[in-house]
Design a protein around this ligand. Structure first.
Ligand SMILES: Cc1cc2nc3c(=O)[nH]c(=O)nc-3n(C[C@H](O)[C@H](O)[C@H](O)COP(=O)(O)OP(=O)(O)OC[C@H]3O[C@@H](n4cnc5c(N)ncnc54)[C@H](O)[C@@H]3O)c2cc1C
Length: 402
C-alpha cells in the first residue's frame, strides 16, 4: 500500500473538510428532521451516490470496482471529518465495512464487477449474518445448517441481530457444514441473495425504537456453490478475516453520544439543592474522570495512527477505545439523566443519540455490538497482560459431542 506522508494527509484533510462543508448540510441535521424511515434511507442513498462520484464512498476499495483506491489513513481522516455531521450513514456502515470487501477478496471476478459498484453507490445494501441465539461472542458455536447438494448448498436455521436485513439485497453468512469436527473446523462461508426463496426477515423492536435489527429465518434456502467464499470448512477463518478488515474502526470521541462539553453545559445549567450542579463534588469528579480518559484515548488514537503511517498494524488500541468510550458514555449519560430530574425519563425517540442524553443512555450499543465489554476485557487480559486463557471446556471436541 502507498502510505501518504504527513503533508499529503494534511492536504487530504483540508480537501475533505471543504468538500463536506460544501455538500453535507443538505443531507444532515435539519435536512433529516421529520423524515420517515424510508425517506431517510433514500436520503442516505443519495449521499452515498454523491460520495461515490467524488471518491469518498469506499475510500480503501480498489478503483476498478468503484472504490477510491486510497489508504486506511485517508479513510480514517475522512470518517473523522464526516462524523462531525449527523448524516444518514448507518445503513451502509456494515455493508461497505465488511461484507463487500470480503466478497471482493474471495468471489469470482464476474460477481465482483457486478455487485461491488452498486453497493458502493448505495443502490444495494449488504448485511452480515453471523450471530445466532447461541452464537454471539462465541461465533464458532453457530448452528445454521448447510447441506451439500449437487451444485450448491441448502441452508436451514436462524440468525439474529442482523442489522438492516430488511433492506439488504445481499448478505454474507456462515453456516455449519460438518458437525462431527471441532466447532471452528466445521463452518463454511457464503454470500447470498437476500431475496432467495425461503428467507424470512422479522424485525426486532428495540428500546430506543431504532429499526435496525432483525431475526432471519432460513427454510431450505438454496445457495449455489459458486457463492462460497473460501474453502469448505474454512468459514471461521474467513469470518475472522471479515472482522479484521476494519483494522482500526474510527469511533467518535464521545462514543457516538453527547460530548463532554455538552455534559458540562448541562451541569452548569441545572441545579442541585439550589446550587449549580457544576459545583457538586460528584459531578466535578465525573467530569475530571471523563477528561482524563479522553486525553488518554487521544494519545492511544495517535499511537495507532502513527503505527499505521509507518506501515505497521495497529495493536489493541481500537479495543481499548471501544471499551472505555462505551463505559464513559453510559456513566455520563446516567448522571445526566439524574441531573435532568423528571425530564430525564422522557425519551424523544426522534432525537439523535449524539445530542440527547436520555436516548444515548438507553442505547448502550457500543458495549455489545462488535464485542461485548466482558469479551473485550478478556481479550485485553489475554493479549496485553498475558494472563491465562479463558476456560474453554469444548476445546478440541467434535461440535455434536460438546
Ligand atoms: C446494535 C447491534 C447490531 C448488531 N448487528 C449485527 C449484525 O449486523 N450481524 C451480526 O451477525 N450480529 C450483529 N450484532 C450481534 C452482536 O455481534 C452480538 O450481540 C455480540 O457479539 C454479543 O453476542 P450475544 O448478544 O449473543 O451475547 P452473548 O455472547 O450471549 O453474551 C451474553 C453475555 O455473556 C457475556 N459473555 C459471553 N462470553 C463471555 C466470556 N467468554 N467471558 C466473559 N463474559 C462473556 C457477554 O459479555 C454478555 O454480557 C449486533 C448487535 C447489536 C447490539
Amino acid at each position: 500500500m502507498n502510505i501518504p506522508d504527513n503533508q499529503q494527509l494534511q492536504e487530504y484533510r483540508a480537501r475533505a473538510v471543504a468538500w463536506l462543508a460544501e455538500h453535507a448540510s443538505r443531507y444532515s441535521g435539519a435536512a433529516r428532521q421529520g423524515l420517515s424511515f424510508e425517506e431517510d434511507v433514500a436520503l442516505g442513498r443519495k449521499w452515498q451516490a454523491l460520495k461515490a462520484e467524488h471518491g469518498y464512498a469506499a475510500i480503501t476499495l480498489p478503483k476498478e470496482y468503484g472504490g477510491a483506491g486510497c489508504s486506511e489513513l485517508e479513510k480514517i481522516i475522512f470518517c473523522e471529518e464526516e462524523m462531525r455531521y449527523d448524516l444518514p450513514l448507518a445503513y451502509f456502515g456494515i455493508s461497505l465495512g465488511n461484507p463487500v470487501p470480503i466478497m471482493l477478496r474471495y468471489a469470482p471476478e464476474e460477481y465482483r464487477r457486478r455487485l461491488a459498484p452498486p453497493a458502493i453507490r448505495g443502490e444495494q445494501i449488504w448485511c452480515q449474518l453471523f450471530s445466532e441465539p447461541s452464537a454471539g461472542s462465541d461465533l464458532a458455536a453457530l448452528r445454521l445448517k448447510a447441506e451439500r447438494k449437487e451444485d450448491g448448498w441448502v441452508l436451514n436455521g436462524q440468525k439474529v441481530w442482523t442489522s438492516w436485513a430488511q433492506l439488504a439485497d445481499w448478505g454474507v453468512v456462515v453456516a455449519r457444514t460438518d458437525p462431527t469436527v471441532p466447532k471452528h473446523a466445521g463452518l463454511t462461508y457464503f454470500f447470498l441473495d437476500m431475496k432467495s426463496p425461503g428467507i424470512t426477515v422479522r424485525p426486532i423492536r428495540r428500546l430506543v425504537n431504532d429499526p435496525d435489527l432483525n431475526e432471519v429465518f432460513f427454510d431450505n434456502v438454496f445457495v449455489p456453490d459458486v457463492q462460497r467464499l473460501g474453502g469448505v470448512g474454512e468459514g471461521f477463518k474467513v469470518a475472522v478475516e471479515t472482522l479484521m478488515i476494519e483494522r482500526y474502526a474510527v469511533t467518535d470521541e464521545s462514543g457516538y453520544g453527547p460530548t463532554l462539553e455538552a455534559f458540562i453545559d448541562l451541569a452548569r445549567n441545572t441545579r442541585i439543592n439550589g446550587v449549580p450542579a457544576l459545583q457538586d463534588g460528584e459531578v466535578r469528579a465525573a467530569i475530571a474522570q471523563a477528561f482524563i480518559e479522553r486525553q488518554g484515548l487521544r494519545s492511544i488514537h495517535r499511537r495507532a495512527i502513527t503505527a499505521m503511517a509507518a506501515g505497521k498494524m495497529p495493536g489493541p488500541e481500537g479495543a481499548i477505545r471501544k471499551l472505555l468510550l462505551g463505559r464513559t458514555r453510559q456513566r455520563l449519560g446516567a448522571l445526566a439523566v439524574d441531573l435532568l430530574g423528571a425530564d430525564g425519563v422522557r425519551m424523544d425517540e426522534h432525537a439523535s443519540s449524539l445530542r440527547d442524553f436520555t436516548r444515548s443512555y438507553m442505547d448502550p450499543i457500543l458495549r455489545i455490538a462488535g464485542g461485548t465489554d466482558e469479551v473485550l476485557v478478556n481479550t485485553l487480559a489475554e493479549r496485553i497482560l498475558g494472563l491465562p486463557q479463558d476456560y474453554r471446556p469444548d476445546k478440541g471436541l467434535p461440535f455434536n459431542q460438546s
